[in-house]
Design a protein around this ligand. Structure first.
Ligand SMILES: [Zn+2]
Ligand SMILES: [Zn+2]
Length: 132
């Protein structure tokens, strides 16, 4: 007859292991939540700086989001057909909702921008006063 005390130890060890895992899991969740909270704060701070830095020179509309730039893609071979997946990242040095006029090099919102030029430069170009 094997004695029961070994079983008792095994049960105790098993319980210890489960408790440890539960604590580790909780730690992981807390860490992830902290990272998410930090990311949110830093995004809000960045958006504020972006809005303060970039605005339409005609109507003063502030930039509300950064420019998306390609962050390099990868070939997805997991599906039926291999296909290329693009990845995008925020470029905080450029506004995503304002365009730079090729003539005057100032930033204009989409209401005041068309095909490379701001409304003022188009006005000069076609020699006609333009307005919204
Ligand atoms: Zn504008
Ligand atoms: Zn212009």
């Amino acid at each position: 007859m094997p004695s029961d005390w070994k079983k008792t130890i095994e049960n105790w060890l098993e319980r210890q292991k489960l408790e440890k895992e539960a604590v580790a899991e909780q730690d992981k969740i807390t860490r992830e939540e902290n990272i998410k909270a930090q990311e949110k704060v830093s995004r809000e701070a960045k958006l504020k700086v972006l809005a303060e830095t970039f605005s339409c020179f005609i109507c003063g509309k502030k930039s509300a989001y950064p420019k998306m730039v390609s962050a390099g893609g990868y070939l997805d071979t997991g599906g039926l057909n291999d296909h290329y997946v693009d990845r995008w990242a925020d470029d905080w040095s450029q506004p995503g909702d304002l365009e730079k006029c090729e003539d005057c090099h100032r930033l204009a919102c989409h209401d005041h921008y068309k095909d490379g030029r701001c409304i003022k430069c188009w006005s000069i170009k076609i020699n006609q006063p333009l307005s919204l």
